[in-house]
Design a protein around this ligand. Structure first.
Ligand code: TXA
Ligand code: MG
Length: 354
């Protein structure tokens, strides 16, 4: 029922598949596609019925706005107020790429479901040839949240999309594994002129500061990551759980040995309760802890590898039937800030500091 279009941009035949997928989008169907961050679940952002089908397929609350994806800078003029100088500098530097900019929406263009009734809209131009060609061929701005069931880890392989959504959507364009592995960074300029990072992601705070040396860049505090405020700045924050099915505890500390010792204690206690245990660690500490299932998620020597593998790692615990996971924190430098943001949410706030 859900069609799979395999697309290899280096081979012939990709164009026909993308034309078919684009025709589905134009007809108001929902189609998943790869981006450089995670797979997106796309529909025509101007078509309320099509956007409603995204929310239905995901089981997503409709007060959480969607990101609108474009293929060319010229599409922006029809969707938002003209970008000012600072916004333009961001777009020049980071588009196409994993940066979503929240801007005042041009009234009456996008479906109110896309923006969840807000006067602003988050826009991004993905850095992936399949995504760019599909959006361009569809001829419409494409609303696309991550292509997972609400609350599940985001998909970084087409197989993850099918795990969650087979039979619920028209099709998925399979362009292989995604690159960054975590969602885009969502930013918005505040009335104070500061740039607020609403969701950490593929573009780091340091990269934003480097692009805008004269602008204050504000990162969400650890408290903001953890708490679920009544009225979060990015409404999606309170729904994003990225969670495996098992309970997770995240252990953080300034030195590895006490962290590993505490993780082992958590695992031993869980096992004595009859849990099937899992450990999430990094290549440096592979094989150090005793658990029913170990997932090695990249190397601490290169946090890009951790980001790239994180969501597949979280899904692997579900496949192994793990009911309790002890996860090792990683340093919050560079992309590590986004990794830790997702791990905190996956742990549902169960964080132990040693
Ligand atoms: O990398 C990504 O951004 C992926 C790929 C598919 O492009 N998309 C994605 O979409 O992660 P989604 O819907 O899972 O996350 C959208 C985030 C949510 O946190 C939402 O609340 C926030 O962006 N957002 C969207 N529009 C907003 C707005 N107008 N104001 C504040 N936050 C907004
Ligand atoms: Mg998502």
């Amino acid at each position: 029922m859900t069609k799979v279009w395999k697309v290899d941009m280096s081979a012939a035949g990709g164009a026909d598949a993308l034309a078919e997928a684009a025709a589905q989008l134009r007809k108001g169907q929902v189609v998943a596609f790869p981006t450089e961050t995670v797979y997106g679940l796309g529909a025509d952002a101007t078509n309320t019925e099509a956007v409603a089908a995204i929310f239905a397929a995901k089981g997503r609350p409709s007060d959480n706005p969607l990101i609108v994806h474009i293929a060319e800078r010229s599409q922006l003029a029809g969707l938002t107020a003209p970008p000012d100088e600072a916004v333009s500098r961001l777009l020049d530097r980071f588009w196409p790429g994993p940066l979503t900019v929240v801007l005042p929406a041009r009234p009456g263009v996008l479906s109110p479901l896309t923006t969840a009734g807000l006067s602003t809209v988050g826009i991004r131009m993905p850095d992936h040839p399949v995504a760019l060609q599909l959006i361009a061929a569809s001829g419409c701005p494409i609303a696309a949240p991550s292509a997972n069931r609400s609350g599940r880890p985001s998909p970084t392989h087409a197989a993850h999309v099918l795990e969650d959504l087979d039979g619920r959507i028209a099709g998925v364009v399979d362009g292989g594994p995604t690159g960054v592995g975590l969602e885009s960074t969502v930013v918005e300029f505040g009335p104070d002129g500061a740039l607020h990072i609403l969701r950490p992601g593929g573009i780091t705070a340091a990269q934003l500061r480097d692009a805008l040396p004269d602008v204050t860049v504000l990162e969400p505090t650890a408290a903001e990551h953890e708490q679920e405020p009544e009225a979060p700045r990015a409404p999606g924050m309170k729904y994003a759980h990225y969670a495996p099915r098992g309970a997770m505890v995240l252990v953080q500390g300034s030195a590895p040995e006490p962290v590993l010792a505490r993780m082992q204690r958590e695992l031993d206690e869980a096992r004595s309760r009859g849990e099937r245990t899992g450990v999430l660690t990094y290549r440096e500490h592979a094989g150090r802890l005793c658990a029913d299932h170990e997932v090695v998620c990249g190397t601490l020597a290169d946090l890009d590898t951790v980001a790239h593998e994180l969501y597949a790692a979280l899904r692997a615990f579900d496949e192994a039937g793990v009911s309790f996971i002890a996860a090792e924190a990683c340093p919050e430098q560079g992309i590590g800030a986004a990794v830790m943001n997702r791990l905190r949410k996956a742990a549902g706030g169960r964080i132990v500091r040693v």
